[in-house]
Design a protein. Structure first.
Length: 242
């Protein structure tokens, strides 16, 4: 099975609003439910950290691989804003997406798009060491994450699979505790991301890092012939007397 990693740049950031210069942040807990697709194992959970007044945010995602719980971070990958309908209804939108690795003879393009929306329905009070504000936010958002790749030119997997597609349901719920803690500490977006990373580590997640195996030590063979140029009766200790 293939694991979909984030390719949330290009499209999402090209359409993103400028990041608002303020310290207050919102932290949403993400949950995913696989709806349809093949040859794919999608993320199960994560977090989205965004500026309270809208702009570019970051996404952290968790999955299990080989018995380990892996945390992945896509900085500046989400676009967060609130729109207004013709009837005056306020709707918050979280979107991300793009295309990674344009198709070549060896690599096929992978396209993803995430969109979740929710009605603005809750007042929250956010306090920092130097300021406070009361804002209306969406307590939850729902949407879809879709992605696919033909994997043209890719080496066929051991099990014979080629290509993938997925459709997953997204549910984002405001994490009141983490949001309150981050704002009370006066954290900006980057610091809030670090806070959420620590929360994932506390729950047993680790970062996905490449490891370089070391060369094994050659064991000593007691039956191997000795170097004939070395006199076993002569010591190499400069303080010793032969």
């Amino acid at each position: 099975m293939k694991l979909i990693h984030l390719c949330l740049t290009a499209v999402a950031l090209a359409l993103a609003s400028p990041t608002v210069a303020n310290a207050q942040v919102l932290i949403y807990k993400l949950e995913f439910k696989h709806e349809a697709g093949f040859n794919v194992e999608f993320f199960k959970e994560g977090y989205c950290i965004v500026p309270v007044l809208g702009g570019t945010g970051s996404i952290l995602l968790g999955h299990e691989e080989g018995g380990r719980r892996i945390a992945s971070t896509a900085a500046d990958s989400a676009n967060f804003f609130t729109g207004i309908t013709g009837s005056g209804r306020r709707v918050t939108v979280l979107n991300a997406g793009g295309t990674a690795a344009s198709a070549t003879t060896t690599t096929a393009a992978t396209t993803q798009a995430w969109v979740a929306t929710g009605d603005v329905n809750k007042y929250v009070s956010l306090s920092t060491p130097i300021s406070s504000m009361r804002v209306r936010v969406a307590s939850s958002l729902k949407g879809l994450a879709i992605g696919s790749s033909a994997e043209t030119g890719s080496v066929t997997a051991v099990d014979g699979s080629l290509g993938f597609a997925h459709i997953a349901e997204i549910k984002a719920s405001l994490d009141d505790d983490l949001t309150t803690q981050a704002n009370k500490a006066g954290e900006d977006l980057a610091a809030a991301v670090t806070r959420v990373q620590r929360e994932l580590f506390r729950r047993g997640f680790v970062t996905e890092t490449a490891t370089t195996p070391t060369d094994p030590t050659t064991p000593t063979d007691p039956n191997a012939p000795t170097d004939p140029t070395i006199d076993p009766n002569v010591t190499t200790d400069p303080n010793a007397t032969n």
